[in-house]
Design a binder for this molecule. Structure first.
Ligand SMILES: Nc1ncnc2c1ncn2[C@@H]1O[C@H](COP(=O)(O)OP(=O)(O)OP(=O)(O)O)[C@@H](O)[C@H]1O
Length: 258
């Protein structure tokens, strides 16, 4: 379970560029929820993820993960429990290393390891099994450098890596935005399958309205650092694209005149 309590965040305080983004912001995500986060440019979506990972700190408020207060924990301490996949497929993997080496790192996340991990035969079998399930033929490329893979193959590897040790929270940061439409669909299907099979708690930022409607059990819309739409269960299921775009337009129009 993730909880943000009364979070406030101002950028460039007391300067001409002051930007009060979050003011007493609250969000609670239950265990096993898959939340799609949408909103226009500058709404605060990336900042929200940055606050959760500890990439930036809030000015006020508390963040809890599984009831643990992680507000003052450093980013490298949080990353044992929180995995994040970025838009750029190169960011979730080490391109100069092989698939096997990348997966070895993911398996040993948070552990101290020596070079002996490179020769583990049991791991090869385990990695092949995991990769086979992607249906992309990566199981036959264990010794291929990741730099030689396509963007979609890298992103699927990043997904396997970031969920290898069942993180308490998976953050998907527009992770299909840099892919062509067909590959983007494949990666979304793989994402949804992994989230469901591992019963992960996930937050997915996306500009793709179709994905936001199709995947996850809850949808929230951010606008100027506020949650302006929060629908789950059947309310989300019954929502169609026209309705969502209509709500989006209403909110934008209203704030334009405010
Ligand atoms: N480090 C920073 N310093 C100053 N301002 C920042 C910083 N990070 C974000 N902001 C500002 O906060 C606001 C929200 O930015 P954020 O990147 O969170 O929006 P977003 O919803 O992710 O937008 P997009 O969809 O364009 O990625 C923007 O006005 C942005 O300029």
């Amino acid at each position: 379970m993730l909880r943000l309590d009364n979070i406030s965040k101002t950028f460039n305080e007391n300067t001409a560029n002051e930007m009060k983004l979050f003011k007493e912001f609250n969000l609670k995500v239950e265990e096993g929820e898959f939340v799609c986060v949408i909103g226009s440019n500058g709404a605060g979506k990336s900042t929200l993820l940055n606050l959760i990972t500890g990439n930036i700190y809030s000015d006020k408020g508390k963040i809890y993960l599984d009831k643990e207060d992680i507000t003052n924990k450093k980013e490298h301490e949080r990353c044992k429990d929180i995995s994040r996949i970025f838009q750029n497929p190169s960011m979730g993997t080490v391109p100069s290393m092989t698939i096997f080496e990348n997966l070895s790192m993911a398996k040993n996340k948070g552990e101290k390891m020596g070079l002996s991990f490179l020769a583990n035969k049991k791991d090869r079998k385990l990695f092949k099994e995991r990769l086979e399930r992607l249906n992309l033929g990566l199981e036959n490329k264990l010794d291929t450098a990741v730099s030689q893979l396509s963007g979609g193959q890298r992103q699927s590897l990043a997904l396997i890596m970031s969920t290898f040790t069942n993180p308490k929270l998976l953050l998907l940061d527009e992770h299909t935005a840099a892919l062509d439409p067909k590959t983007s669909e494949i990666i979304m299907e793989i994402t949804a399958r992994i989230v469901e099979e591992k019963n992960l708690t996930a937050l997915m930022v996306t500009h793709n309205i179709d994905h936001a409607l199709k995947y996850g059990n809850r949808i929230i819309m951010l606008h100027r650092g506020n949650i302006v739409i929060d629908l789950e269960g059947n309310m989300k299921k019954d929502l169609n694209k026209e309705q969502l775009l209509g709500l989006f337009k209403d909110i934008s129009d209203r704030s334009f005149f405010s």
